[in-house]
Design a protein around this ligand. Structure first.
Ligand code: SAH
Ligand code: SF4
Ligand code: F3S
Length: 474
């Protein structure tokens, strides 16, 4: 991954699969933001399928154009506005087609979006996707509609997502929605509502079904997976550690990943479960945000530097081969050069394999916007971000260099981007590995690869063992 890719918002992704030829209408969907949003687009596709709308990769063919949006930083919202201008142009000679804004920006701006964006017919928040068919019918009659109702219960547990752009090997599964933490910089609690956990049996059923269809890796998604908790009368409480074990027990050939872990909530029980199951990946995304206890307090992250370091120690103690990654914000309100240095120090301490790194972007309505001045000058934010990126590149290079000479079990995901003669896949530590194809192997197979070379972003290897490795729980 280049520096640029690390700091940029995830680019809009368009469904690129086959166009359905059956009767019914066609929808085109673009998704922005976090994995949760990409996962939601697959729920939307399922709900629309029931209403006889089918996905198309071509904007020009679409009766319905949807954009699933992100509000996390100002730039994410600007990108969406730009895309709406592009849609406006391409749809100018197609009267009758409908445009809908979904996701976090819909939730944040509500009716204002209809006022500001004349092109938009529908504004639908993350908990209101079941209402899409009704809103579409109304919009067909000329009534522009908004549903941004945030639910305390909705988890879409019974909806079987339509996998868009799937490799057929890896898939996301949402295990919870919303967030009850109030990190002062963050808009998510306002756009996604209260935290709620999904029925674990529906999660296991979805993962089992994916496995039977040939998928070999599932990523369990939530804003704070460690606070997953499901209780029903007569059934003992299911914690995140319990859930991990339930999904890992489906089959030793099904790999489990999860994101995002919160330093305040990750437990020893979770770490022991990761250590016990070879098919639970040895990779934890544990965003630190800042290394300075003073800044962490202003961010309302509810842990300090010492607590975070302790968690890092515990992870490396209980899961020695674990890779840890992070999210980092440069230039938060009142951040000094000394605070910034502490962020660099904690990065070195944690030995991150990779990080997502951002400049602080004030979001209207958040506690930080209300209470603190966004007082680090842009040039200074940029400089600090560059420092963070340069250090992470060096840490990633060191991390990857240590892998040279070692062998890893790789799940083959498909052709490498650069050459059809190479496969790409990941090791348990979530590192992308590229290696020359050998006959008899296909995406979805596991193979042992010895690493010969490494950059800061990719490992390059050769197939070491032509038998498929099956890891069994100990
Ligand atoms: N739930 C996850 C993160 C979700 S948002 C967690 O708690 O770690 C993904 C990342 O975006 C955050 O970790 C943070 O680093 C970044 N982010 C969130 N709000 C931001 C803001 N206002 N400005 C810059 N970066 C922000
Ligand atoms: Fe935002 Fe904090 Fe919740 Fe993550 S844990 S989504 S950063 S409020
Ligand atoms: Fe963005 Fe919403 Fe995800 S704000 S990061 S799409 S939860």
């Amino acid at each position: 991954m280049t520096d640029k890719a690390i700091v940029e918002e995830r680019q809009g992704e368009v469904f690129t699969g086959d166009k359905k030829t059956s009767s019914g209408k066609l929808f085109y969907i673009e998704s922005y933001g976090c994995q949760m949003n990409f996962s939601d687009s697959e729920i939307v596709a399922s709900i629309l399928g029931e209403a006889n709308y089918h996905p198309t990769p071509n904007l020009d063919d679409a009766d319905l154009v949807l954009i699933n949006t992100c509000s996390i930083r100002e730039k994410a919202e600007e990108t969406v506005r730009k895309r709406l201008r592009v849609f406006e142009k391409s749809l100018a000679d197609k009267p009758g087609s409908l445009v809908g804004v979904l996701g976090c920006m819909a939730e944040r701006l509500k009716n204002k979006l209809l006022e500001e964006e004349k092109l938009v017919d529908l504004v639908v928040g993350p908990d209101a996707y079941r209402d899409l068919p009704t809103l579409l019918a109304d919009a067909d009659e000329g009534n522009r509609g908004v549903n941004v109702f945030l639910s305390r219960e909705e988890t879409y547990a019974d909806i079987s997502p339509v996998r868009l752009n799937s490799s057929g090997v890896t898939a996301f599964i949402s295990i919870m929605r919303g967030c009850d933490n109030m990190c002062s910089f963050c808009v998510v609690p306002y756009t996604r509502g209260r935290e709620r956990s999904r029925d674990p049996f529906s999660i296991v059923a979805e993962a089992s079904d994916l496995f039977e269809r040939g998928y070999r890796e599932v990523t369990l998604l939530g804003q704070n997976v460690d606070s997953y908790s499901w209780t029903r009368e007569g059934i003992p409480q299911v914690s995140f550690a319990n859930l991990l074990a339930m999904v890992a027990d489906i089959h030793p050939l099904l790999r489990i990943r999860f994101s995002t872990s919160h330093p305040k909530d990750i437990t020893d029980q979770v770490l022991h479960t990761i250590a016990r199951y070879p098919n639970i990946c040895k990779y934890i995304h544990l965003p630190v945000q800042s290394g300075s206890s003073r800044v962490l307090k202003l961010m309302n992250r509810t842990y300090d530097q010492a607590w975070y370091k302790n968690k890092i120690d515990r992870i490396y103690e209980l899961v020695p081969d674990c890779a840890i990654s992070s999210d980092i914000i440069a230039g938060f309100c009142s951040e000094t050069e000394a605070d910034h240095e502490e962020t660099l120090n904690i990065m070195r301490y944690a030995r991150y394999s990779m990080s997502y790194m951002f400049m602080y972007s004030e979001r209207p309505g958040t506690p930080a916007a209300k209470k603190y001045a966004d007082d680090v000058p842009l040039e200074e934010k940029k400089r600090r971000l560059q420092g963070v990126i340069a250090l992470q590149n060096e840490l990633s290079r060191q991390h990857n260099r240590k892998d040279v000479g070692q062998s890893f079990e790789i799940l083959i995901e498909g052709d490498s981007k650069r050459s059809k003669e190479y496969f790409k896949g990941r090791n348990s530590q979530n590192k992308m590995v590229v290696f020359r194809k050998i006959p008899g192997f296909k995406p979805g197979d596991y193979t042992k690869v010895t690493i010969k070379d490494a950059t800061s972003a990719t490992l390059i290897g050769v197939v070491a063992d032509k038998t498929v490795e099956v890891a069994m729980p100990q």
